[in-house]
Design a protein around this ligand. Structure first.
Ligand code: FAD
Length: 401
């Protein structure tokens, strides 16, 4: 007897939303996760300060009322009461060693013509730099928009496909435009992992997938699990390796998708130590960091927090802390093991023509019993992952799951 109807590898938002759809349909579902916590890029570090539990996002920090599939899932689990409207604070640029407003850095005459340059300009097939650079003008792109787009996707955005960066989706008017969650964004994946009908096994690193008769046999540590359907919901690099022997043509397509690394460092500080005005975050221009995302969007009476997303391989650990102290204008000694936390994040680097590649992948997957979900299909946003899981679940259902 197989261990479950659907085995999912990876308990990030892609894997857990897939598990949710399967559990809703009454299927027996098992999720294997290599880490000791579910969530993947949804990672809210909880500092457990003496008087209050202060959390800081080490990965995704915001969701929007255009995330219809994600909102529908949370609604069905009655989890929307954990939703917190983001405070109205804006992003600033950190350039030439100081905090600057975005408008102060723009070339207004160049920007005035933007609506006319937009007319008839097609997004599909263009890179971010090509498409948005034409609209806002080269000077504005270099000084403001380019660094802001890098900050949005935590990697150099210029060669990214313009149609994958922002996608227009219907908005739920009854939900705040931008929102977070009490306890942090990880509350989303904690809720999904804890829902009835979903079994998550933590600390299980999947090392191989094979066929065993009609079923897939999935190897994790010393254990073997069997299931008639498998969904891989890991990073693209892991999916490539796991598929190499059994699905070499799919693996060959996935191997072409590059991965960007982000060196993330979060710091929590007593509010009175930080003199910066409340802000959503700082966008680095000419800096070793893409952004410093602030917790001021969900203000705390006693603590402030900043998560610096550093470019990879530029600064060592000590240099990062020195840079953080310099930007926040605090003494270096204010940063210690107590209030600093770090993480390596990875994201796919999509390129123009990516849609054709995923089209090939989908054609190869048809009828195999294997599903692929994650942030390397239409885009990296949480909603892209959930939408992909929903589409893959519906395909598996059509194919007999
Ligand atoms: C710094 C940062 C900020 C972001 N900000 C936002 C934001 O504000 N809003 C937004 O919409 N999106 C944001 N994103 C993007 C979004 O968070 C991610 O694209 C999304 O969470 C990815 O989900 P996933 O499930 O595809 O992958 P992941 O979250 O990477 O999950 C994959 C899971 O698979 C597990 N795994 C890997 N290999 C194995 C194995 N061999 N066996 C078992 N388990 C395995 C991993 O441990 C992980 O838990 C951000 C991303 C980053 C990195």
């Amino acid at each position: 007897m197989p261990d479950c109807d659907l085995l999912i590898i990876g308990a990030g938002i892609a894997g857990l939303s897939m598990a949710h759809y399967a559990a809703e349909a009454g299927l027996k579902v098992l999720v294997l996760e290599r880490e000791s916590r579910p969530g993947g890029c949804l990672h809210s570090h909880r500092f457990n300060k003496a008087s209050t539990e202060f959390w800081l996002e080490l990965g995704a920090h915001s969701a929007f009322n255009s995330y219809g599939n994600l909102i529908a899932i949370l609604e069905s689990l009655q989890a929307l009461d954990c939703l917190i409207k983001r405070a109205k604070v804006g992003f600033r640029l950190y350039a030439d060693g100081t905090v600057r407003s975005m408008p102060s850095q723009m070339d207004i005459p160049e920007l005035v013509l933007a609506p006319f340059r937009l007319l008839g300009l097609i997004k599909v097939g263009r890179s971010v730099a090509d498409y948005y650079g034409r609209i806002v003008g080269r000077r504005n792109y270099t000084r403001v928009f380019g660094p802001a787009f890098d900050a949005v996707i935590c990697q150099p955005a210029s060669d990214y496909p313009a149609d994958s960066l922002f996608q227009s989706r219907p908005r739920r008017k009854d939900i705040p435009r931008g929102f977070a969650f009490s306890g942090g964004m990880q509350t989303i994946t904690d809720t999904l992992a804890g829902r009835s009908g979903v079994r998550v096994e933590l600390g299980q690193t999947v090392r191989g997938i094979q066929r065993g008769g009609k079923d897939f046999v999935v190897k994790a540590g010393d254990a073997h699990y069997t299931a008639p359907r498998v969904c891989l919901a890991t990073s693209v690099a892991v999916a490539t390796e796991l598929l190499r022997s059994m699905f070499p043509a799919v693996a060959a397509q996935l191997a072409e998708i590059e991965t960007a690394t982000v060196e993330t460092v979060g710091v929590a500080l007593p509010a009175e130590q930080v003199r910066l005005p409340p802000l959503a975050g700082l966008i680095g221009r000419g800096e070793p960091f893409y952004s410093a995302v602030s917790r001021d969007t969900v203000p705390d009476a006693q603590w402030r927090g900043f998560t610096f997303h550093f470019r990879p391989g530029v600064l060592g650990d000590e240099e990062k802390l020195n840079r953080i102290a310099h930007v926040l204008k605090i003494p270096r000694t204010a940063l210690s093991l107590e209030n600093v936390v770090s993480k390596i994040n990875q994201l796919p680097s999509l390129r123009v023509g990516h849609g054709e590649r995923t089209g090939h992948v989908d054609a190869l997957l048809a009828g195999t019993g294997l599903a692929l979900s994650g942030n390397y299909f239409t885009g990296v946003a949480l909603e892209d992952c959930v939408t992909r899981s929903r589409a893959e679940f519906e395909r598996l259902r059509r194919e007999g799951l």
